[in-house]
Design a protein around this ligand. Structure first.
Ligand code: FES
Length: 116
């Protein structure tokens, strides 16, 4: 498993909001968006929409989905699955764990179990 990046207190990312961890900071070269979903959990996807160029962190969180702010494709925050057009390619997920109230991001560690 990759090394965790501590994003600080879970209270620092309001429910329905997201925080971007730059590619330089997370070591993947791709920005990662960490979402505080409406189910109270945290999820992480590559920030750039798989359709064209847009920050998913600037989109709208609805339940456990995020809607791209440019052409309104929706992605499942749990699996990264593209749920509607115009996106057809899933967003890459990353594991997020909350420990003692701190949000820990594990870049390049899929949030989706291999058997899923
Ligand atoms: S850039 Fe996201 S749906 Fe087009």
């Amino acid at each position: 498993m990759s090394e965790a990046i501590n994003l600080g207190s879970m209270d620092d990312i309001d429910e329905g909001e997201a925080k971007v961890v730059s590619g330089a900071e997370n070591g993947t070269g791709e920005d990662i968006a960490v979402f505080h979903a409406e189910d109270g959990n945290f999820y992480a996807l590559d920030d750039n929409c798989t359709h064209e160029t847009a920050s998913l962190a600037d989109g709208w969180i609805e339940g456990t989905e995020v809607e791209c702010p440019v052409h309104s494709a929706k992605f499942c925050l749990k699996s990264g699955t593209a749920l509607c057009m115009p996106a057809t390619i899933a967003a890459r997920t990353h594991k997020v764990v909350v420990e003692d109230g701190e949000v820990l991001l594990y870049p390049n560690t899929s949030a989706v179990p291999a058997s899923a």
